[in-house]
Write a protein that binds this ligand. Structure first.
Ligand code: HMG
Length: 301
């Protein structure tokens, strides 16, 4: 049933790489996007149009989108923090008219605490929502889909335990400005299953569960935002230890009552072996080994 379908939003090219210290060539980032498409991933967050002063690693996202090989029925959302980011997307789409377009979706983001929003967006949460509302409207007006992220929904590395009612209100504000889905991020990865359930119970008072996604966990509900090889995390989240790897989730779903959305069973159209290879390939590009448990076990077979 639809309730058993898991939507995987692969964020490896964006969340997975944004925290890397060394410069990753555009060609490697574009190849990662290409390989993920080839493995059957249907939603690939390809990069972000943020300030290169804040996140140098994401410079060149326009070139990544232009260079990556494209696959039918694959969507390539990009992260946008402000009007300037949306303008860059508009410019790119005008420069490369293609059908389907290079991207048809932006992700906007804020956080459940002022301290985190200050660190990540240089403003308060309330101000960030005020700034994002016209960006979302402009994006919708030009036919783009808009997805939202709320960071630090359980605990904040700067201000501790988070008020779940605040998470609910912020997520609702993003839905009200036109986001078709909001991804709730346990950005530092501190949440226990009990805390995640309690937080969700609160958020579900205002938002139907079909409009919620989880990052980087999938314990309680369907759509999930994950990077291959378990790379990454937010550069403004001290203590974040990387994410749940997509290949580990695909492995865990095998034989379960859940399946990747749009497919009948198992790991569906996303090829687990190819994802394991991608996890190792990108980790080697970064000079390390894959930290994915399934990735290590399957390679050792
Ligand atoms: P600011 O310094 O207050 O902004 O930063 P500003 O308007 O003063 O601009 C500073 C400089 O950046 C200016 O350049 C702007 O032109 C430029 P200068 O005039 O000094 O040469 N600039 C831009 N350049 C390119 N694209 C843009 C852009 N905007 C300004 N869009 C700002 C405010 C929002 C820009 C900054 O804080 C920023 O870029 N933040 C993004 C941080 C980020 O990307 N974090 C990681 C992603 S979020 C995440 O990982 C969490 C998530 O995965 C979920 C989870 O894990 O919980 C989504």
């Amino acid at each position: 049933t639809a309730a058993n379908a898991v939507n995987i939003v692969e964020v490896g090219p964006r969340d997975g790489l944004q925290n890397e210290k060394g410069v990753i060539p555009v060609s490697v980032k574009a190849e990662l996007v290409t390989r993920l498409g080839r493995a059957g991933v249907k939603i690939i967050e390809a990069g972000s149009f943020v300030s290169p002063k804040w996140v140098p690693q994401m410079a060149g996202t326009a070139d990544v989108l232009a260079q990556a090989e494209r696959f039918p029925d694959v969507r390539y959302p990009v992260l946008v923090p402000n009007q300037k980011g949306l303008d860059a997307v508009t410019t790119l789409l005008a420069k490369h008219p293609a059908s389907p377009p290079l991207t048809d979706e932006i992700s906007i983001f804020t956080a459940a605490t002022d301290a985190f929003t200050r660190a990540n967006l240089n403003t308060t949460t309330a101000e960030s929502l005020e700034r994002l509302a016209p960006v979302a409207k402009a994006a919708l007006d030009q036919g783009l889909r808009v997805r939202g992220y709320v960071s630090v929904v359980i605990a904040c590395p700067y201000s501790g335990q988070v008020d779940y009612a605040r998470v609910r209100d912020i997520a609702k504000a993003l839905i009200d400005m036109g986001c078709y889905e909001v991804s709730l991020g346990d950005t530092v990865g501190m949440g226990t299953p009990t805390q995640v359930s309690e937080m969700l119970e609160e958020v579900k008072k205002s938002i139907p569960v079909e409009k919620l996604a989880g990052h980087p966990w999938i314990t309680a509900f369907a759509p999930s935002t994950l990077p291959s090889a378990g790379l990454g995390g937010c550069p403004y989240s001290p203590g974040a230890t990387g994410n749940v790897a997509t290949e580990d989730v695909l492995y865990a779903l095998q034989g379960s009552q859940y399946h990747v959305a749009g497919t009948a069973h198992g790991n569906g159209t996303i090829d687990l072996d190819k994802m394991v290879d991608i996890g190792w390939w990108i980790s080697e590009q970064l000079g390390r080994e894959s930290t994915s448990r399934a990735g290590r076990a399957i390679r050792a077979r």
